[in-house]
Design a protein around this ligand. Structure first.
Ligand SMILES: Nc1ncnc2c1ncn2[C@@H]1O[C@H](COP(=O)(O)OP(=O)(O)OP(=O)(O)O)[C@@H](O)[C@H]1O
Ligand SMILES: [Mg+2]
Length: 372
């Protein structure tokens, strides 16, 4: 076999070993990137995860030049660049492209630091089947051209990385399903056993109190009844936290009672009937909860519309208020957790989140999650 071929196979084998063993996404990508740089003559590399709205997050990086590390890697976190733009508009499909780096160009203009003579990078999309996760970028000093052979090799490495990302995400998903199932089992047990026992203590103590002639005994029974009642209330709260009340009647009913508890007037509409997978139901519940919390905290109105539309392909949930509204940009980094967590939950299920709002015109939060 040709020497080049053997060394390429060795690179693929070494990286495959790291990717196969990995169970933690960050560590695995970090190690795979390091290995790639060690065994090629490339100097720096980084991986961006990109969500459906085009928002990128640097998930791993190795040996970035000072220019890109300026202000705790701000140039890598903010601003647009050509590789992410091309990835989003579909021009970056499978081939690896070499392009001038806008982040490095900006850093030269703003004098952010040494670029280590890096001006260009190769860009490869990370994907598995038709699922896309982001980009792998690699570069070396003075390197403005990558041979087709090098790009092909990077393409193969990117394919391996994409498959490993999918494997880890699938495992995380299965763990989440298990967790929900376990929580549901716990709720059922608590409800059927402990809750019923507390109820019995309550009733028995009440009977004891009314039958007892002795004042002290009467008081003791009353106290037991009071404690049992208190424990029942605590138990209810615990059960609610573990699994929302009414979820057995569907997500709409659960969210409606949650909204009512917050003092909102929820007008609900549901189209299509189907039992949703537990993970999807859980996500809709958490996202809906946050949207209702936001209505109560920020919208300045108690009127909220909740629409859920379930078809064979997807479930769409829309929460709309006609309140204060706000200025929202999907690509801007938010200092708050609510909307960010919503986005993360939806991403995990390959869904889409859209927030439409403007001052004085209310807010619409729309979520769609594929059911396949
Ligand atoms: N329905 C709404 N009506 C008006 N403004 C809203 C609405 N939803 C969100 N906002 C605005 O968007 C901001 C971000 O919302 P987000 O839920 O991320 O944060 P938060 O509610 O302020 O804090 P938390 O992290 O506790 O959720 C809010 O601070 C608020 O200004
Ligand atoms: Mg919030």
């Amino acid at each position: 076999m040709e020497k080049d071929h053997i060394s390429e196979l060795k690179i693929l084998k070494d990286i495959a070993e790291i990717l196969n063993e990995g169970t933690n996404l960050h560590t695995m990508l970090h190690d795979a990137l390091l290995k790639l740089l060690q065994i090629t003559d490339l100097q720096t590399g980084w991986i961006f995860f990109i969500d459906k709205n085009g928002k990128h997050e640097m998930i791993a990086a190795q040996h970035l030049p000072p220019a890109l590390l300026n202000k705790t890697a701000q140039p890598m976190c903010n601003g647009s660049c050509w590789c992410v733009d091309r990835y989003m508009d579909g021009r970056l499909q499978k081939a690896s492209n070499i392009m001038e780096c806008k982040r490095l160009e900006d850093s030269v203009i703003h004098e952010w630091g040494d670029t280590h003579d890096i001006t260009h990078h190769a860009t490869v999309p990370l994907q598995a089947g038709d699922e896309r996760f982001g980009l792998l970028n690699v570069a070396a000093p003075h390197k403005i051209h990558f041979e087709q052979r090098e790009l092909d090799l990077l393409g193969s490495v990117a394919l391996q990385i994409g498959t490993a990302i999918k494997r880890i995400k699938l495992t995380q998903f299965q763990q989440e399903v298990k967790l929900i199932e376990e929580r549901n089992r716990l709720v059922k047990d608590l409800h059927d056993s402990v809750n019923q026992l507390l109820f019995s203590i309550n009733v028995t103590a009440k009977a004891g109190s009314s039958l007892a002639k002795d004042v002290q005994l009467k008081e003791t029974f009353s106290l037991i009844q009071e404690i049992a009642q208190h424990a029942q209330v605590e138990m209810k709260a615990l059960i609610w936290q573990l699994r929302p009340q009414g979820l057995e009647n569907g997500i709409v009913s659960a969210l409606k009672s949650y909204g009512q508890m917050l003092g909102l007037n929820v007008k609900e509409q549901i189209k299509g009937v189907s039992v949703l997978p537990a993970v999807i139901e859980e996500t809709l519940w958490r996202v809906g909860q946050e949207a209702f919390n936001n209505c109560r905290k920020h919208a300045g109105t108690a009127e909220v519309h909740l629409n859920v539309n379930i078809s064979k392909e997807q479930v769409i949930m829309k929460i709309q208020d006609s309140g204060n509204g706000f200025i929202y940009s999907a690509s801007a980094e938010l200092p708050t957790l609510g909307l960010k967590t919503m986005q993360e939950r939806i991403n995990r299920l390959n869904g889409k989140l859209s927030v439409t709002s403007s001052i004085g015109n209310g807010t619409v939060v729309e979520v769609s999650i594929p059911l396949s």
